[in-house]
Design a protein around this ligand. Structure first.
Ligand SMILES: NC(=O)N[C@H]1NC(=O)NC1=O
Ligand SMILES: [Zn+2]
Ligand SMILES: [Zn+2]
Length: 515
């Protein structure tokens, strides 16, 4: 008998539908179950559910709507009246009443520092902080881990270290340092291995094993990035002689180092302006027909809404492919309000004066600044020298990942920002930069990355507030009264956070480039 003859009796009668069912079950349903909806990944047992509220931030405005989720994806966003009703066998319906349902935040600038400096911040603590703050995807910076992420091998170390530790999805920027500019193959391999783009500093980075690059180095890297269509992110400060520094004799102890103004004077706006000026020159190569068409330059954490931003606006208008972010600390704080010795506020570039804060808000609202990201960069608390309060010697870096939704909302609402702007700055804009086509909006087919929060609920960020980030004493937001409380966070369909509780298992994945 031929082997095909053996199948004949089976294919008669009910056998055929059974076969079709088995194949469909194996191909369509099982991958869902195996990929993401495993035991412990979600606080919600259901994999098919509907989220209702009166304020859903959709691409077509803020409307009463229902977001239907099945497995990892959004399968419909419809008017409340058209949504499936709770019935036996149907999807579970969760009614959030007046709370806001919007896309999860995407933070493209986070220093997770693992492997090597996990005591500063790591994958488990950092991604739990993200989940608690409504951040459903983030991109890790190539420093301050040890080793830094500047080659294929070091990226593989990152991926290995991240295994089983991600509560939300995490992508990785690679580092551009003089060494890989000198050997373009290393850069090629790094991009091939999964770096979403490259990041470099134009001034010392604070970490010896991440040396800074010049504008010429960046120019040399752009044609390689152009081949992959990936961005170059730049910390834009170039060291300039500063009047205050010049007045000190060599070897003389720095005076008044507990005064914020003393620190601010050592890193004036001219550093940022000079860097941006050099970058806008280089960015001309990214224009259509230029030698690096397809590449893109993104200026990170802009603090200067005047000349530097003006240069970026001009470059964009002239056809260069550029974008710019600012960070919550420049939008919340002002130099003249920072108390002596409070080094939690130390970052680079420094927090500027109040009039600049207002101009940054205006620039965001005008669309001249494309997005917001945290630059979450905690260190071990000792390095902040909180007792000494020495601004010149303390680590420069702000810890904020968990609080940026209420921070942006609290400081923004008083300046008239809308929920749609919040989504533009924290979700749509970043999803474009990192090229996450499945993330950033509440639409059919997108990843079910969703935050549900109450803009009207205010709270004091004190020790009673659940703190999931690594060192609660190093955040400058401690003690603040903020409004906007995260109720629940869904990451690819998993309810990863609800009212102070995390899902037991980390089920996020690395976000590799989309080809
Ligand atoms: N190395 C590092 O994380 N530096 C960051 N800290 C900061 O305040 N600005 C930065 O670029
Ligand atoms: Zn930086
Ligand atoms: Zn940074």
């Amino acid at each position: 008998m031929e082997p095909a003859d053996l199948l004949k009796p089976l294919l008669r009668g009910w056998s055929l539908p059974l076969l079709v069912f088995t194949v469909a079950y194996t191909l369509v349903y099982l991958p869902f179950v195996e990929k993401g909806l495993e035991e412990g990944c979600s606080l919600l047992p259901e994999t098919h559910f509907v989220l209702y509220s009166k304020r859903v931030v959709t691409p077509n405005g803020v409307v009463p709507a229902a977001v239907e989720v099945e497995g990892e994806r959004i399968i419909s966003v419809v008017k409340r009246s058209e949504a499936p009703k709770q019935r036996d066998g149907g999807p579970r319906v969760l009614d959030y009443s007046n709370a806001v349902i919007m896309p999860g935040l995407i933070d493209v600038h986070v220093h997770l520092n693992e492997p090597g400096r996990t005591e500063w911040e790591g994958f488990l603590t950092g991604t739990q902080a993200a989940a608690a703050g409504g951040v459903t995807a983030l991109v890790d910076m190539p420093l301050n881990s040890f080793p830094t992420t500047t080659s294929k091998d070091t990226l593989l170390l990152k991926l290995e270290a991240a295994k089983g530790k991600l509560f939300v999805d995490v992508g990785f920027w690679g580092g551009l340092v003089p060494e890989n500019v000198a050997n373009l193959t290393v850069m090629d391999e790094l991009l091939n291995a999964g770096a979403l783009g490259l990041k470099s500093f134009m001034c010392p980075s604070g970490i010896n094993d991440f040396p800074h690059t010049t504008a010429e180095d960046i120019k040399a890297a752009l044609p390689v990035l152009a081949r992959y269509g990936r961005p170059m992110l730049v910390h834009a400060e170039v060291v300039q002689p500063s009047p205050e520094e010049r007045s000190l004799q060599p070897g003389e102890p720095s005076e008044n180092s507990r005064l914020y103004s003393r620190y601010h004077g050592t890193r004036p706006l001219s550093w940022e302006r000079t860097a941006v000026q050099q970058l806008t020159e280089v960015a001309k190569d990214t224009a259509v027909g230029g030698p690096a068409e397809g590449a893109h330059i993104h200026v990170v954490h802009l603090s200067d809404p005047e000349e530097s931003l003006h240069l970026i606006k001009e470059a964009k208008a002239a056809g260069s492919s550029m974008s710019v972010e600012t960070s919550p600390h420049y939008l919340a704080f002002a130099a003249e309000e920072i108390p002596d010795g409070e080094t939690q506020f130390k970052c680079n570039p420094p927090i500027r004066h109040a009039d600049y804060r207002e101009l940054l808000w205006k620039a965001l609202q005008a669309g001249d600044i494309d997005m917001i990201s945290t630059d979450h960069s905690p260190s071990a608390p000792e390095m902040k020298l909180l007792e000494e309060g020495d601004f010149l010697k303390a680590w420069g870096g702000i810890s904020s990942l968990q609080f940026v939704l209420p921070v942006t909302w609290t400081y923004g609402a008083s300046r008239g920002i809308t929920l749609e702007q919040l989504v533009k700055w924290w979700s749509t804009g970043p999803s474009k930069l990192a090229n996450f086509p499945r993330k950033g909006s509440l639409e059919f087919g997108k990843d079910a990355d969703i935050v549900i929060w109450d803009p009207e609920a205010s709270f004091i960020l004190d020790s009673n507030y659940p703190i999931f980030h690594k060192h609660k004493q190093v955040t400058p937001y401690a003690g603040q009264t903020l409004s906007g409380k995260v109720i629940a966070t869904f990451a690819r369909g998993h309810e990863v956070f609800r009212e102070g509780y995390h899902a037991p298992r980390p089920c996020g994945t690395p976000l590799l480039p989309v080809h």
